[in-house]
Unconditional design. Structure first.
Lengths: 430, 430
């Protein structure tokens, strides 16, 4: 067995022991980790400075460099996050459903960790602690593959987590790091040992992983989000939502990339256009909208289905809401799409018919986010339709088990002309 | 675009329209279908007789022939099933979670159909109506690939479903049949158009499908279930549960295949052994248990991890519960495993530590079943850890969407030093 197979196999065995301990012990490990990060802060900062120096020398962009940097203040924030996870409810064993099947025959569906997760991320070493913390809380094992540029920092952070586990007599094999790219290819083939892959990075990276593995992948390759200005949109609100959706954080996956405009709204489009132009946005307008958008340029075919990730916005005219919805189903990535309208029945129809993970009325597409949704720590945003969809919190790392407690009952005693099941739903409270 | 790509693409488009109509209309289609099956009964029975005659001539086994046969009585039962689905709650749009993010900013997570399902099944044409009915109830589209031997019957049944849809002015493209095997290979490559594959058939068939597609597969290739007789097991109960687990329906996936026996229980194993032998079971016993099981044969290495599907049972001795749990984690298929014991703390430990989809105390492994669990119609039993696990009801055909209703809020207004989110959990009742 290769070293990597053994690592994954050991992670699975350790995870099973880890999930079976009481919640208190996982909580204690989270608190230990926060303490350890403070104690080992100098070591972490030194490793990070070495990573940053090397990255700077190799010409990493300023944006990526600022993501890579881990200073005392960022570490403090990570520790706060760990304490907040320590205070949050432990999901392992949470009762989802309880049914009395018959006298002394009770079925309980409980939450249970998925098992072994492979997390692939770029640049930000903070992710090691954020994801490691989620694993500690949820009873999962994680194999972490970070970016090469953060190698030294990541190694120290993983060793901090393993120290926290050891201090609490918990198996350190549940949080492990791997370094080289070749390992990723090998791990992506281990669909027997790894249950879920969570890639956090560029669309190209996510797509490559989706195409290279039969392990389920939680995430999204693209965020092509549309804002539809209905005939009955309020022009002032439309401008506000378009500017926020495009400009608040242009490289985010929930940024607005396409403005769909009902033909009847075109005469009032000038305020929206002027606001966007004033905010520095390049507008790529189709034929019908171009005359209403001074300063816009003519769109090409790719506009309307492109994730720009910068201050560029496609504008497309539609003759009806049907056409808007068709456009979304054809060109959007099923991430987040929004309607602006004062017409309640139009809003209801849009919310009912648009088949995207998040569908909004009179709100910025930028709200599609685990923190904003109140899910606590965010695992990722999924555009898949299986397991979890949209912003995913810690529940996305859980599956369930069915526990049946009996008194010697046999199945052959039930059926037509024999005993009947009661199937009484009980409270899930203890 | 190939004919099959078009079929899948049309199914997706039709499914979106179908999911957006009111629940009443899906209910009406279910009731129409029951009427149509009665009206067209002669046609169905004739097609089925032709299929049966051909299958008999080609030497199909009696067991498969009886599964293939569809008579008036079976059709009545199918109609009852449809009426019961018509009366059940429509899952589309059911509110799973409601959160107030701020004044006039409300987030709702609603159930939504997964989309396009590919169902591959063998022999039983009843499955067309059962699965078609589930699709009508849940707003999904299904592409059905049945067994070649049921070709004529399946074609009539699919046309009945399409007629029911048309009678209710609903798109008939949401339920379609395909016939040849080559279609299946082509469809399994369409991970853009098909969201979930549900194979219902032999383990070999399921394994082949799992290995040939990147589309998520819901199901199980194997059911290797263990019954663990703890040191503190009641011998009479142990015998009852072993006989029911093995003999009630030996070819079922939830049948017991392995008996794990604590060494301390060996002296009292004779009653269990005698009961199984009396029920016609061949026992394949390991060295330690063999002397306690008159009539048993010596086990080989494969025994203990084999799904026999017949009246054969492996017997393995373990020195401790740890060893029993290790055996299960190594050799069982994670489907259903049970402990027999009068020791409550041993039972609690087993239920807490065994990482299988269903884990039982003092109950037959045969209870692992959607109907017995009270889930209504069963979609399948999943040994996967993603999306759904164990017996899966109609909820396994659903995903969710997040709907946000606002009044023009922008994300940039929230954050440190700015507005704060309320994140108040609201009742999910209307």
């Amino acid at each position: 067995m290769s070293e990597l197979s053994l690592l994954a196999k050991n992670a699975r065995a350790a995870q099973r022991r880890f999930a079976a301990v009481s919640a208190d012990r996982r909580t204690a490990a989270l608190r230990s980790l926060a303490e350890i990060l403070k104690h080992r802060m100098a070591e972490i900062v030194t490793a990070n400075e070495q990573d940053c120096a090397q990255a700077e020398a190799s010409g990493l962009s300023d944006v990526l460099l600022s993501r890579l940097r881990l200073n005392a203040k960022k570490i403090e924030t990570l520790c706060e996050g760990l304490h907040s996870l320590a205070e949050s409810e432990d999901p392992v064993g949470r009762v989802m459903r309880r049914t009395t099947l018959d006298d002394d025959l009770t079925l309980t569906q409980v939450q249970s960790p998925i098992g072994v997760l492979l997390i692939i991320f770029e640049s930000r070493p903070d992710a090691v602690i954020q994801i490691g913390g989620l694993a500690l809380r949820s009873g999962n094992a994680v194999i972490l593959k970070g970016g090469r540029e953060a190698k030294k920092t990541n190694a120290v952070l993983v060793s901090c987590i393993q120290q926290a586990l050891q201090e609490q007599q918990l198996p350190p094999e549940v949080v492990v790091g791997v370094e080289d790219r070749a390992s990723v290819s090998a791990l992506l083939a281990m669909d027997e040992s790894i249950d879920l892959v969570i890639p956090r990075g560029s669309g190209a990276m996510v797509r490559h992983i989706q195409e290279s593995t039969r392990i389920p992948v939680l995430g999204h390759a693209e965020g092509v989000c549309a804002l539809y200005l209905d005939a009955a949109a309020d022009p002032v609100m439309a401008a506000k939502l378009a500017v926020d959706g495009k400009c608040d954080y242009p490289s985010a996956c929930n940024a607005t990339e396409t403005l769909l405009v009902h033909a009847d709204f075109l005469p009032t489009l000038d305020h929206v256009g002027a606001s966007l132009i004033a905010a520095g946005v390049q507008l790529r307008a189709d034929k019908s909208s171009l005359p209403h958008l001074p300063g816009a340029v003519a769109a090409t075919d790719a506009d309307g289905s492109t994730e720009y990730g910068e201050l560029t916005l496609a504008v497309r005219t539609v003759a009806s809401m049907d056409e808007a919805i068709d456009h979304i189903h054809t060109h959007s990535s099923g991430h987040t799409d929004a309607i602006v309208t004062q017409d309640q029945s139009a809003a209801d129809r849009f919310l009912n018919e648009v088949d995207s993970a998040s569908v909004f009325h009179n709100a910025s597409t930028r709200f599609a986010d685990g923190y904003r949704y109140g899910l606590g720590a965010e695992v990722g945003i999924s555009t898949g339709r299986i397991h979890a969809r949209g912003p995913v919190g810690v529940e996305g790392l859980m599956t369930t088990r069915w526990l049946l407690r009996g008194a010697g009952q046999v199945a052959s005693a039930y059926g037509p002309g024999k005993k009947a099941f009661v199937h009484r739903t009980e409270s899930t409270e203890d």
